[in-house]
Design a protein around this ligand. Structure first.
Ligand SMILES: Cc1ncc(COP(=O)(O)O)c(C=O)c1O
Length: 355
């Protein structure tokens, strides 16, 4: 008997969501599998997508090499480029694509000894103000890259800061700034993450970069007929049941005191598993598929749920923390965060892959 916490990953839903991204965006779409595929397992997810994906996106060379070592042959893009110039030798050896976001990196390329021309995704800062070349100096940077003789294909890319907000102008303004920066160069383009794929059709370029929507999130609050399907289900079980009378406190800090006689259950899941400690009393769970609520503070390995409306619940009854029937985004909202962070934080759960 082992601890009953599982994270079940439905690969057919992942594949469905990739195809949805392709259909909505048009052109080609990278499947973003950085951060261990947002907690879903990078190798398994990339293997499940390899026959259909146009390529993959990761945050760092270690993640790219893990995929290559697992036999992934499709293009892999380093979304943040390299952190040290010495990585260029590995980029060359493993035939990786790389973002380029600074003048200093152009100098690295000029100095590098490479066996083949690099495929560069040249990143332009259109308002995020994190990484990227300045729009006004992009053409000069591009000419310098071409003059280096080390570069083959160049794809112009940008990353939106506010694609999830569908009622502000920032995204269309960023897209205009981007188009002006590359005007006349005839480059392929990549602008859109999930929020923009779903919510900003006028900004679509040649290559989408779909992350959270592959994993069943939306990256936007837009309601569409075609919605990504949930991929991860975080499930556990009741491990104890108690009947408390009125006026009894539950959990650390006595944050919840029963207002009436209450049947409560203890669930094997806590903040050490990545479930957010900060959620308030009332945060939903599914007991055998029906809604209930968390009572009091989430502790390290356990949380407590209300069974007053669940007379049939017993030790061993299934409890869903999120997944089909209970969107992770709802739990994320209760915790003041986003589903991206919940997925990335999942730890200790037994990972199960199913078709
Ligand atoms: C450069 C870049 N492109 C695309 C993505 C995917 O974004 P999303 O998960 O919102 O689809 C990310 C993720 O943060 C990113 O950093």
């Amino acid at each position: 008997m082992s601890r009953p916490l599982t994270a079940t990953i439905t690969l057919s839903a992942l594949r469905h969501n990739y195809q949805l991204a392709k259909r909505l965006h048009g052109g080609r779409v990278l499947a973003i599998v950085k951060a261990n595929a947002y907690g879903h397992g990078a190798v398994r997810c990339a293997q499940a997508l390899e026959d259909m994906a146009d390529g993959f996106g990761v945050a760092a060379i270690e993640e790219a090499l893990q995929l290559r070592e697992a036999g992934i042959k499709k293009p892999i893009l380093l979304l943040e480029g390299w952190f040290e110039a010495s990585e260029l030798a590995l980029i060359d050896q493993y035939d990786l694509w790389t973002a380029l976001h600074s003048e200093a990196q152009i100098a690295d390329i000029e100095a590098a000894k490479l066996s083949r021309p690099l495929t560069i995704w040249a990143k332009i800062d259109t308002g995020m103000h994190r990484l990227g070349l300045q729009p006004a100096s992009f053409k000069a940077a591009y000419e310098r890259l071409q003059a280096s003789g080390k570069v083959g294909k160049v794809i112009a890319m940008t990353h939106f800061a506010r694609a999830d907000e569908l009622d502000v102008e920032a995204t269309s303004q960023a897209a205009k700034l981007f188009q002006a920066a590359i005007d006349g160069l005839g480059l392929e383009t990549s602008l859109c993450n999930s929020g923009a794929i779903l919510g900003w059709p006028t900004t679509h370029g040649d290559w989408g970069r779909a992350g959270i929507m592959l994993y069943g999130g939306a990256g936007t609050d837009r309601v569409l007929p075609d919605w990504p399907q949930p991929v991860m289900a975080l499930d556990s079980q009741l491990i104890a049941i108690r009947e408390l009378s009125r006026g009894e406190a539950i959990g650390y800090g006595a944050r919840f005191v029963t207002e009436q006689a209450t049947r409560m259950g203890v669930v094997a899941c806590g903040y050490a598993d990545g479930y957010p400690r900060i959620v308030p009393t009332g945060t939903p769970v599914l007991i055998n598929g029906r809604r209930s609520r968390i009572l009091g503070r989430v502790s390290m390995d356990m949380l407590v749920v209300d069974l007053s409306e669940h007379p049939d619940a017993a030790v061993g009854t299934a409890v869903r923390l999120w997944g089909e029937g209970l969107p992770a985004s709802e739990i994320a909202a209760a915790a003041g965060t986003i589903d991206y962070e919940l997925f990335c934080n999942v730890k200790r759960a037994r990972l199960i892959y199913q078709e």
